[in-house]
Ligand binder design. Structure first.
Ligand SMILES: NC(=O)c1ccc[n+]([C@@H]2O[C@H](COP(=O)([O-])OP(=O)(O)OC[C@H]3O[C@@H](n4cnc5c(N)ncnc54)[C@H](OP(=O)(O)O)[C@@H]3O)[C@@H](O)[C@H]2O)c1
Length: 232
């Protein structure tokens, strides 16, 4: 199968990419700075044409358009079976509300919510070519309104709640595409921090199981990496 994964240079995106390659899939990656993505460069040596790396800032329409056209130049009118919107930022973890810079809220919304919408828009024709297309959005439990008992994280929580709503509407409008929202767990990455209990590999394994077992029954729903359904 053909995968496209955003934010694949490090963290969960890198692990999802390696997991897909190890399982025999082809992966197109969108990476903000390929020169910094040393693990991907290493994987490229091992997997050759099965892995393509395109420079792309998902929050910059010009950069996305360029990556889109480079991918089509290299791979032709390719079929995409699974698109994983993984790239994300956590910008306002330490902020008190009265000191919260609004740019952080705007940038969170831009990368975490608008970014996945624009990547999905760009590659929808490729997804539509697959008989079993899946759109996977790596969201967060912190985007759950029902689960929010601790407050804070305004931009991050708002952006993931917005991402959830995007995916729900997309699922309703595109019944042939299985659309999922997956919380990857609290994962030991640059974003999750050193205290996080879950290794990226364990998270990626769980996320992959949820993706591969998902049927039309699961479309438009919100799960964690263990397949447990989460409240909106
Ligand atoms: N870690 C956790 O505990 C946790 C929990 C819940 C949800 N999540 C979600 O899981 C996803 C991956 O998180 P992570 O823990 O792997 O984070 P991470 O280690 O901070 O990595 C984030 C990735 O997103 C990329 N990215 C950020 N902004 C981008 C942009 N504008 N364009 C393209 N790529 C961009 C980064 O690229 P650069 O290297 O260029 O910065 C990096 O590859 C995120 O959506 C996050 O919200 C994580």
């Amino acid at each position: 199968m053909n995968y496209l994964i955003t934010g694949a240079g490090r963290g969960i995106g890198l692990e999802l990419t390696l997991f897909a390659l190890e399982n025999g899939h082809s992966v197109i990656t969108l990476v903000r700075e390929p020169n910094n993505a040393r693990s991907l460069a290493q994987a490229k040596k091992e997997y050759g044409d099965k892995l393509s790396v395109f420079k792309c800032d998902i929050a910059d329409p010009e950069s996305l358009a360029q990556a889109h056209s480079q991918a089509h130049e290299l791979l032709g009118d390719f079929t995409l079976d699974v698109l994983i919107n993984n790239a994300g930022v956590l910008l306002d973890d330490e902020e008190r509300f009265d000191q919260l810079p609004l740019e952080k809220v705007i940038n969170s919304l831009h990368v975490n919510a608008v970014g996945p919408v624009s990547v999905t828009q760009a590659f929808l024709p490729n997804l539509n070519k697959s008989a079993s297309a899946k759109l996977v959005n790596i969201t967060s439990q912190m985007g759950s309104i029902a689960d929010n008992a601790s407050g804070g994280y305004y931009g991050y929580r708002m952006s993931k709640a917005a991402l959830n709503m995007f995916a729900k509407s997309f699922a309703v409008d595109h019944p042939k595409i299985i659309t999922l929202l997956i919380h990857p767990g609290w994962v030991r990455t640059d974003m999750g921090g050193a205290q996080a209990p879950l290794l990226p590999r364990e998270s990626a394994r769980g996320v992959f199981k949820v993706i591969s077992e998902a049927t039309k029954n699961e479309t438009g729903r919100f799960f964690d990496y263990k397949g447990k359904e989460l409240p909106w």
